[in-house]
Design a protein around this ligand. Structure first.
Ligand SMILES: [Cu+2]
Length: 138
């Protein structure tokens, strides 16, 4: 085998190994984020519409605020009633699209009590800027 062919094969095999490594590592990280080991302590439905958020708790209570307890693992089911929105809590580094016709999930465990801002991070119309809700961690 000529020297050029040898270098070609090393490049092809090296790149393949690198790509396979990146694919496996990404898959492991994404699946850990999407389905953590812990079962959620509470499942809350989060409805998005132009231009407000509404949260429905397991007992049927509706609120424009999201209230959870510190240390509680929360599963949010994100449901859009009109256009594409995006559920965004900057302080937690959480962002997920809210797409009409499907239910996306977010699972998170807040640890610090306090008040945080929930924003829509997808331009959804003229009132997008006002699509803000409060997350209260007790
Ligand atoms: Cu929006």
């Amino acid at each position: 085998m000529s020297r050029v062919k040898y270098v070609e094969w090393i490049t092809i095999i090296g790149a393949s190994i690198l790509f396979i490594y990146i694919a496996v590592a990404s898959w492991m990280i994404v699946s850990a984020i999407e389905s953590p080991d812990r079962e959620p302590d509470i499942v809350i439905e989060a409805y998005a519409r132009q231009f407000a958020w509404e949260f429905i708790y397991p007992d049927g209570t509706r609120s424009s605020q999201l209230r959870v307890k510190a240390g509680q693992t929360v599963e949010l089911r994100l449901i859009s009633q009109d256009v594409i929105h995006s559920f965004f809590i900057r302080d937690f580094g959480i962002k997920k699209d809210v797409v009409p016709g499907r239910i996306n999930k977010i699972i998170f465990t807040p640890t610090e009590p306090g008040e945080y801002v929930i924003q829509c991070a997808e331009f959804c119309g003229y009132g997008h800027y006002s699509m803000i809700a409060k997350l209260v961690v007790e």
